[in-house]
Design a protein around this ligand. Structure first.
Ligand code: SF4
Length: 746
């Protein structure tokens, strides 16, 4: 703890590094962060934080973080002014756009975009300006099956139910490790503490995972499952519940269609048939299905390990099917839909247009579009395959797909074939080194923060705004994206970003005016716009969203309602309460019901029968990923406090598998897949099931041309060099878990 100093200032802000959205207390001295603690008064996190949050000051001070735009020259990158950089973007992009092939320019957005409300709001303007169908993001590496299933069942791909962990009595968790990651598509700071509390009050936590993770070690039961078979096992649970007549959807029965054909659809998935493929004995499946059905407040939660796998969509469907069959969807203690605090459009009326996927298809492999995205695993082929619509230019925004998407070395080679590339990034990393122009946004402490995205996933309706801690000389993300959008529209590198600011605000005004209970009717719009609060244009947009949202002050209609000014006055956040039932109002399916069975689901059930259930159990060695407490994305590896002092990128293997191969703990091993081979050290552990090996992702630094002093000194190989560009059924999600590999002494 530093000595206190008269010049110290204490500021509060929400950590932008992961979904937990912890409140932090920062002590700033001489324009440097000298201490980070959990904010004990934060209405949501109440003092919780992890080592990543503590490193925020380090991230800000990192000498490798870019402060000026870079332009590539024949001899390397040189620093440039913002005007020079945008002129270079215009010069590189316009000739490609002038050919009239809008799809020739692709965008990739990394997951930090979700943690940045300015980038979130303005990315839409950029996509629209480019009018490209080649939009890619980290969603097709991580979570797209979950969106597809919510789209099919509820008509809204963004309606993602989360476990009501505060009241749950039986939590069945697959492919998730909140002890390391603190929740995914599930915002609840201090999930380890909340899960301990669940058990302390007599609840039960069951973890199903190929590894005995830290979460599994804290559970009542852990069952090891063979990677890629989660969907099969979940279907077996559902079969037991249906065939033993344990289903009690209660009030959901009246608003759900598709319950009748379940008996026939689930018939083949007996616990006995499934056992040989999953590795979970039928007796455990039967018992757990009965316990799940008998619990008055149970939730099934499945995440990354199950979604980035061969039958990810079916795993996501079977998860919600179990929650429906047991009556636990939209019920206290089950899984519930979070209430956004600023999203007017989510006030449904029960019924809507529903969800469509496949409105267009990828050019080379014909994969269906989902939520206006194409599978990032196919991006390299879109760049390297000639023909009309070939991707010739790429804009990456806060992403490092060379390390974080499948077959990264293939993608890196493809990037070299582009005619032009722009990266909006704070680092010269494994991806941005391929760019012609790099535009660096502010550090996380140089911009204000509000979680636009994660209130949609939160167990409490919480709003928390953090002003910027430090001033910033450059351009904000929103200004960068606005100017890129204006270039794409042909308005030139000098065009004023205020044009886009005005358009985005006007769009919100028009949407509000079109609302049946418009808050703006009989209001002087100019007066309303003039009253908006905020130092930056994106903050004024945020103020509009807050004031027009369900908790908003309604432009003068509710004295104590939400606004940016009110949030500024509450630096520890405002809490508008816990989860509440929202069905059927939230449903946007054409029928206004939960549409349980669709053509997509039926086809996936047929596929899993043919490709998994009716095939002999496999015995190949399968590779899975691994999340580590001190890591999140590849860029955190450049922070000394997180990256040094421990060897993370080692291959975990069961001692029996090692013995069969004549390998010993600490050996250097060669992992070979159909895509590539990499060398890493071996660590033996009986915490992983036999037949499975695990390697964390985001490593593989040290490539020429990067500027990452610390990360480049960290040993490790990229797990994603081993993964092939294979995507999962309807969602197009990358298949990262369950990759067949050989391991031998190096
Ligand atoms: S758990 Fe997530 S939000 Fe909380 S301090 Fe760590 S990285 Fe930040």
């Amino acid at each position: 703890m530093p000595d206190s100093n008269a010049s110290d200032r204490v500021v509060y802000r929400t950590c932008p590094l992961c979904e937990a959205t912890c409140g932090l207390e920062l002590t700033v001295r001489d324009e440097r962060v000298v201490r980070v603690r959990g904010d004990r008064d934060d209405v949501f996190s109440a003092g919780y934080l992890c080592p990543k949050g503590v490193a925020l000051g380090e991230l800000h001070d990192d000498a490798d973080r870019l402060r000026q735009p870079l332009i590539k020259t024949a001899t390397g990158f040189r620093e440039a002014s913002w005007d020079e950089a945008f002129a270079a973007v215009e010069a590189g992009l316009m000739p490609i756009l002038a050919r009239g092939e809008r799809n020739a320019v692709a965008i990739y957005a990394g997951n930090p975009v979700s943690h940045n409300f300015g980038a979130n709001l303005y990315l839409r303007a950029l996509i629209r300006a480019l009018a490209t169908q080649n939009f890619y993001s980290a969603s097709t590496v991580d979570q797209m099956p979950k969106h597809v299933v919510s789209g099919l069942l509820f008509g809204d791909p963004q309606a993602l139910p989360v476990p009501d962990v505060e009241h749950c009595e039986f939590l069945l968790m697959l492919g998730a490790n909140p002890w390391e990651s603190n929740g995914s598509l599930w915002t609840a700071p201090n999930l380890p503490g909340r899960l301990k509390a669940l058990r302390k009050r007599g609840g039960k936590l069951v973890v199903v995972d190929p590894r005995r993770t830290r979460t599994a070690a804290h559970a009542d039961e852990h069952h090891a499952i063979r990677p890629g078979t989660d969907a099969l096992w979940l279907l077996a649970l559902a079969r037991v519940i249906v065939f033993e007549r344990l289903a009690k959807p209660d009030r959901l029965a009246k608003i759900t269609s598709g319950l009748e054909p379940l008996r026939e659809l689930l018939a083949p998935f007996t616990p006995q048939e499934v056992a040989a493929r999953c590795g979970i004995a039928a007796e455990h499946t039967l018992r757990l299905a009965r316990e799940l059905a008998a619990s008055p407040a149970a939730a099934v939660y499945a995440r990354f390990g199950t979604h980035a796998a061969r039958f990810g969509t079916l795993a996501a469907w079977a998860t919600e099917l179990l929650n429906v069959l047991t009556g636990n969807l939209d019920r206290r203690g089950g899984v519930m839909f979070p209430r956004g605090v600023h999203e007017r459009s989510r006030e449904g009326t029960g019924g809507g247009k529903g969800f469509r996927l496949g409105r267009w298809r990828s050019r080379v492999h014909g994969h269906a579009e989902v939520m206006s995205e194409l599978p990032v695993a196919t991006l390299a082929d879109e760049i390297t395959t000639p023909g009309r619509g070939q991707v010739r230019a790429l804009l990456t925004i806060a992403g490092n797909p060379v390390l974080s998407t499948p077959d990264g070395s293939h993608l890196a080679a493809a990037l070299e074939q582009l005619e032009f590339m722009v990266s909006v990034d704070i680092y010269l990393n494994e991806t941005s080194r391929h760019a012609d122009v790099i535009l660096p946004p502010p550090s996380a402490l140089e911009r204000s923060h509000y979680d636009l995205f994660f209130t949609r996933l939160s167990i409490r309706a919480v709003a928390n705004y953090s002003p910027a801690v430090f001033t910033h000389e450059g351009l904000s993300e929103s200004a960068i994206l606005a100017r890129l959008a204006l270039i794409a529209r042909g308005e030139g590198a000098q065009a004023d970003a205020a044009i886009i600011d005005g358009e985005l605000l006007d769009e919100l005004v028009q949407r509000e005016l079109a609302h049946p209970q418009s808050l703006l009717s009989e209001r002087d719009i100019e007066q309303v716009l003039a009253s908006l609060d905020g130092d930056e244009p994106c903050e004024r947009i945020l103020d509009f969203l807050l004031r027009s949202g369900p908790q908003g002050e309604g432009f003068g209609r509710r004295v104590d309602g939400l606004s940016l000014a009110r949030l500024r006055a509450h630096p520890h956040g405002l809490d508008f309460g816990g989860l509440e039932a929202q069905l059927p109002g939230l449903l946007k399916t054409p029928s206004g019901r939960i549409e349980l069975v669709s053509e997509v689901v039926s086809a996936e059930l047929t596929r899993i029968r043919a490709q998994l259930l009716e095939q002999p159990p496999g015995d190949a060695l399968l590779l899975i990923g691994r999340r580590e407490f001190q890591s999140n994305n590849s860029w955190l590896h450049n922070l000394p406090s997180l990256a040094t002092g421990h060897a993370s990128c080692v291959l975990h293997m069961h001692p029996d598998d090692a013995q069969r191969r004549g390998l010993a703990d600490g050996d250097a091993v060669r992992i070979r897949s159909s895509a590539a081979e990499v060398l890493v050290p071996l660590a033996l552990t009986s915490d992983i099931m036999s037949g499975v090996v695990s390697l964390p992702h985001g490593y593989g630094h040290g490539l020429a041309g990067t500027r990452l002093k610390v990360a480049n000194g960290v040993n490790g190989a990229s797990a994603n060099d081993l993964t092939e560009c294979v995507v999962e059924g309807p969602s197009g999600n990358a298949v990262l878990n369950g990759v067949m590999v050989d391991v031998a002494a190096a």
